[in-house]
Structures are given as structure tokens and as C-alpha cells.
Design a protein around this ligand. Structure first.
Ligand code: PLP
Length: 350
């Protein structure tokens, strides 16, 4: 591991490395006057919830939490059964990056499914749903999909519908982890209502942090009556902010004039630009289709550390030389130019 500096120049490590979008920071300052009701009873939170209703074109049930792990785990509470299981991709954040929070908080088993380019293979889903092990196995109660996926790919509308219909046909609820949903909406060019609500998704983790917020994610129950007990889960799940208005205000700004989609589209465009620059290099092999804001590539293992020293990023699989270069809403063309100069200077093929 290379030593880490206190602050980095803009790079390609993660969209979590980025700062706060100025319009969101301004909005936090704008609501920072007077006093307001706490725990989400305030007017700003009411407005932010109404903005989600507007986004989906109907009344939905929206709650604001601090982070994505909580959004995923607490929204899955809507399907909780002590003998239940949640089906997810083998690459899912829920499976790989949320420690044992899902098992601990939900008290359910996770079952990872084979995925192709980060997307759950419908045959693998059908196979698990058809096992029929009765009371001896864990009962699948929910399917969770990540859109866009952890490896920067997208489910098409048709692919989503196939998986959702299959899950529903077996009585499962469907959750979507939309930590980078703005990138997906920008890339697919369809509304979030059409992509998720009309496809039958039941519960959604709507990403705020990676789309330009300081912190905060929204849990949105799309089907009427679902998640009615969420306020209790939120409190006992340690996620009820007292000064909620400062999280809500960020969402109000993020949804205004589709800033979340603009930010996602901007990050996507930068990743497309980076991809265009690296794809012809003989020592770079792009590992997954580049559809949103990240480029996954295999590079010579010997290049990894020297490159990281100059421009920090995370290896995805260090031993295989698989790396992730990720763009954010604030990535600039000059950042890519600088990165390319470094990459070419350190290249084993000079
Ligand atoms: C796909 C996905 N879901 C959820 C999250 C949210 O995680 P956190 O709990 O760190 O906010 C992330 C963050 O990297 C993510 O990539």
C-alpha cells in the first residue's frame, strides 16, 4: 500500500473522493438560519419528500439516511422474515462491502448469484428460486439489483423487467441499490419512473453522496403501504438524524432541475473520454463495457504501484492487475490529460 497524502488533486480513485457540489453546499448554508423542528418534522424535509413524489409522478414514501449501507439494509427490512434470504449479485456492494451489516440488522441470509458483467444472470436466479428445499433452506424473500452495477455496467429496461418479473412471480420483493442512479438515468435516457416504478421495483436506495452531496441517501418505497414501519427501523438502526433538514436540503437541491442527472451524465462523459484515451494502449485491457462513470482495466502488475504513487486509485484485484478508474461530477478534461501523461510516462511500452 502506498502512503496516502492528506489531500489529493482530483483523480480517479472514487466518486466518493469528490467534494460537495456548490449548489448543494449553498443550499446547506441557505437553510442554516433560525430553528426548525427536528427528526424530519421540518418544512425542508416535507419539501424534499414532495420533490421525490414529483420525480416519480405519484406519492411515494421517502426517508433520508446517512449512508448507502444503511439505505440498502434498512430498505430490505420491508421484506424481512427470520427464515428469509436476500438474493444479490456476487459482485453486489451488499455482499462484498457492507461487512455483516445486512446479516446483523436483517437477521437474514444473503445468497450471491452468478453475474455476467456485474449483472445477475436470470438463469442463476431461476435456478435458486427453483431449488424447492422447503423449510430446510432459507426462503428467498427479496432480490436486490444494483443499477448501475458495481463494475459500471447497466441493466437495460428489458433486462430489469425480466429479473423483476421472475422475482415477483416467486413472491419476492425487489430492491434496487441506486447509489449511482443519476449515472444510469443519464446513460439510458429514460425516466426513473419508467426504469424503476413502472418496471415494478418495490424499494429503492437513491444515491445522494456520489452524485454531489456531502452525505445522505434516500430510501424510497415505490409501492403503496410498503415500509410503513420504516421510521422505527431507522431509529433502531441508528440512522435518524436530529438535524434532518440539512440532509433533506441537499436532496431538494439535488433534485432541482435534475442536478443529480446532470452530475451523473457529466461523470459518464468523463469516463467515456478516459476510455477513449486508454482503450488503444497495448498494455491496457478494458475489462468491462464502459457504460457509466468508471473504467475497469487490466494493467501490468508492475505498473500498479508506480502509477498509484503518482495518481492514487484503488486496485479492484491487485494480483490480477485489475484496476478501477472512476470519474465524478467534478472531473475535468485536464484531469484526464494529466492522468494520460503519467500513464504514458510510466508505460512499460515506451
Ligand atoms: C453500489 C454501491 N452501493 C452502496 C454504496 C454506499 O456505501 P456507503 O455505506 O459507503 O455509503 C456504494 C459505495 O461505494 C456503492 O458503490
Amino acid at each position: 500500500m502506498v502512503p496516502l497524502p492528506d489531500a489529493f488533486p482530483r483523480g480517479f480513485a472514487s466518486d466518493n473522493f469528490a467534494g460537495i457540489h456548490p449548489r448543494i453546499l449553498d443550499r446547506i448554508a441557505a437553510v442554516n438560519r433560525g430553528h426548525a423542528l427536528a427528526y424530519g418534522e421540518d418544512a425542508v424535509t416535507a419539501r424534499a419528500r414532495a420533490a421525490f413524489d414529483q420525480l416519480f409522478g405519484q406519492s411515494v414514501s421517502t426517508h433520508f439516511v446517512f449512508n448507502g449501507t444503511a439505505a440498502n439494509v434498512l430498505s430490505l427490512m420491508a421484506f424481512q422474515k427470520s427464515h428469509g434470504a436476500v438474493l444479490c449479485s456476487e459482485l453486489a456492494h451488499l455482499w462484498n462491502d457492507e461487512s455483516t451489516a445486512p446479516e446483523r440488522a436483517l437477521g437474514m441470509r444473503l445468497i450471491p448469484l452468478k453475474s455476467v458483467d456485474g449483472k445477475i444472470d436470470p438463469t442463476a436466479l431461476a435456478e435458486v428460486l427453483g431449488r424447492g428445499h422447503g423449510v430446510h433452506g432459507a426462503l428467498p424473500v427479496a432480490l436486490t439489483l444494483t443499477q448501475p452495477t458495481e463494475v459500471g455496467t447497466l441493466y437495460s429496461l428489458e433486462e430489469l423487467r425480466t429479473l423483476i418479473d421472475l422475482a415477483h412471480a416467486h413472491g419476492l420483493g425487489v430492491h434496487v441499490d441506486g447509489a449511482r442512479l443519476g449515472c444510469a438515468v443519464a446513460a439510458l435516457g429514460i425516466s426513473v419512473r419508467e426504469m424503476l416504478l413502472e418496471s415494478g421495483v418495490d424499494a429503492l436506495s437513491f444515491g445522494g453522496t456520489k452524485q454531489g452531496m456531502l452525505c445522505g441517501e434516500a430510501v424510497v418505497f415505490l409501492q403503496p403501504g410498503l415500509g410503513a414501519d420504516f421510521p422505527y427501523w431507522q431509529k433502531h438502526g441508528l440512522q435518524l438524524a436530529s438535524k434532518m433538514r440539512f440532509v433533506s436540503a441537499q436532496f431538494e437541491a439535488l433534485l432541482e432541475e435534475d442536478l443529480w442527472i446532470t452530475n451523473g451524465g457529466r461523470a459518464n462523459a468523463m469516463a467515456a473520454h478516459l476510455h477513449g484515451n486508454v482503450k488503444h494502449l497495448p498494455f491496457v485491457e478494458v475489462a468491462f463495457p464502459v457504460q457509466v462513470n468508471s473504467v475497469f482495466a487490466r494493467i501490468p502488475v508492475s505498473l500498479l504501484e508506480p502509477l498509484q504513487r503518482e495518481t492514487f486509485f484503488w486496485p479492484w484485484d491487485e494480483r490480477a492487475g485489475l484496476v478501477r478508474w472512476m470519474c465524478a461530477f467534478d472531473t475535468e478534461v485536464e484531469d484526464i490529460q494529466r492522468f494520460m501523461e503519467t500513464l504514458l510516462r510510466l508505460s512499460p511500452h515506451r
